[in-house]
Write a protein that binds this ligand. Structure first.
Ligand SMILES: [Zn+2]
Length: 476
């Protein structure tokens, strides 16, 4: 539709016509960004699935907020965008939400694969981290991770790592959103010699990022088996003093279940409950080994869970009972985990693997339909991260975290059902535009807020340090 010919264009609805009568011909409201002409997949929850889908739809954004969602003709009758995105042939949908990763671990991508978990950790990941992880390493790695996420349509992520203040500054500078947790662990790690030092760093981090509009600072005790009960309790107390979320790994492997049973005589989920760890905002990753009692408790406590199907499969950790989580009404999202165990941050791939895994594991091809996976990756993730009032769907009043996704490739032709294509054939590099809080971070595949070539060159440079660190351990 041309800018001058819009009044004469066909298909104007009654609603739009009424709006026209109430405004002078040139009196459309000016908004900062108008995305139009695409299939809008709102994920607003209507009908218990992906929600309202609007063929030839538009989204009007003013500043940070969504001000209108509807048919293109209706929205264009009311609003004119100072900046415009023509989404013809594309889906317009909420940005994807990655509920669990370790951003800087992209620098360990492909360092070592196809190993038993303990060999992988002890021969490669731990020595590489010990020798290389610094504030600079975290900054360089996070830039690469954020670039990859913006390019593949992720607009918000939850993270747990060291030097989390560097991750926050890098994420904020690129215009992305994060719930970012400073890791606390019982043994010496690159940014803290003791858990007390880790707690002090976490508190400084919570203070530094309080009230930021893109970054939610969090406390991230690593796991129930890598911290003493007293330190675990201290992490919860710290988080609650600042009304901050607590992020943790939970019941990832059968080994963990065995360790906690031996030391504490109960399951990882119930052990943490006995310490009061769930008495506040909580997001736990994996929850592969949880039973009905665990799930009922996690649902009652309002704990958000992050499902990481690719990491669980690659490390042979098991199949998380996500159908059970859903039956219990647990707030559930989808994650990639760190790139060292995935090996990328592409949430489209995570969606496809989640759909296939739960059909395969349950023996029921009706399990985990496309609409449920899309919910996990958008609205469900927002709920799990405690941000459902701000993001996760395209609705008036929510913050404008939006992506547009091409549906025109050979692999996506023909197109009968956009929800099917989003889960079963779409890839991260089909994303054309990425918008966070109303700001365009990638326009027509060109990332605006980062220098792509410099980011990749810096990451390659850092990878030489990783290579020599591992070689120094004699583990080539
Ligand atoms: Zn993890």
């Amino acid at each position: 539709m041309s800018r001058t010919g819009w009044v004469l264009a066909g298909g104007l609805t009654v609603v739009a016509a009424v709006a026209l009568l109430s405004l002078p011909a040139s009196g459309r409201t000016s908004v900062s960004l108008l995305i139009s002409g695409g299939t809008v997949v709102t994920m607003d929850g209507a009908g218990g699935g992906a929600g309202t889908v609007i063929p030839d739809g538009a989204v009007a954004i003013d500043g940070q907020l969504i001000v209108a969602v509807g048919p293109t003709a209706d929205v264009e009758a009311m609003y004119v965008g100072r900046e415009r995105i023509d989404a013809t042939g594309q889906v317009i949908m909420p940005g994807l939400i990655n509920t669990h990763t370790h951003a800087p671990m992209v620098l360990f991508r492909g360092l070592a694969d196809d190993l038993a978990l303990m060999d992988w950790l002890n021969q490669y990941i731990f020595p590489a981290e010990k020798a290389t992880v610094s504030a600079e390493f975290v900054r360089v790695g996070t830039r690469l991770a954020v670039l990859e996420m913006i390019e593949s349509g992720t607009t918000a992520y939850a993270d747990m790592y060291y030097f989390e203040e560097e991750i926050a500054a890098t994420t904020k500078a690129a215009g992305m959103r994060g719930v970012l947790g400073q890791t606390i662990i019982q043994f010496p790690v690159p940014d803290a010699a003791t858990p007390e030092e880790g707690l002090a760093r976490a508190e400084a981090f919570l203070k530094e990022w309080a009230d930021d509009d893109l970054i939610v600072p969090a406390v991230a005790p690593h796991a129930p088996y890598t911290l003493s009960p007293d330190t675990l309790k201290a992490t919860r107390a710290l988080a609650n003093r600042y009304d901050a979320p607590l992020l943790i790994h939970l019941a990832e492997t059968r080994d963990e279940v065995g360790i906690i049973a031996k030391d504490h005589g109960t399951s990882p989920a119930l052990f943490l409950d006995s310490l009061g760890l769930w008495s506040g905002k909580s997001l736990a990753a994996h929850a592969v080994w949880v039973d009905e009692v665990d799930m009922a408790m996690l649902a009652a406590r309002g704990v958000g869970l992050s499902h990481n199907p690719e990491s669980n499969m690659k490390l042979a950790s098991g199949t998380a009972p996500v159908l059970g989580w859903m039956a219990h009404g647990i707030r559930a999202g989808l994650g990639t985990d760190g790139a060292a165990s995935n090996n990328d941050l592409d949430m489209f791939e995570a969606m496809r693997v989640a759909a296939l895994l739960h059909k395969h594991a349950s023996g029921d091809p009706r399990a985990m339909p496309a609409r449920d996976v899309l919910t996990l990756a958008t609205r469900g993730g927002a709920e799990a991260m405690g941000l459902a009032d701000r993001i996760g769907s395209l609705e008036v009043g929510k913050e404008a975290d939006v992506i547009t996704v091409s549906m025109s490739s050979a692999r996506q032709t023909p197109l009968f059902d956009p929800l099917s294509h989003l889960v079963y054939v779409t890839r991260g590099d089909d994303v054309r535009n990425t918008i966070v809080q109303g700001r365009v971070l990638m326009r027509d595949r060109r990332v605006i807020t980062m220098d792509r070539i410099a980011v990749i060159e810096a990451a390659k440079g850092m990878s030489e340090r990783v290579r020599s660190a591992v070689a120094g351990q004699g583990a080539q």
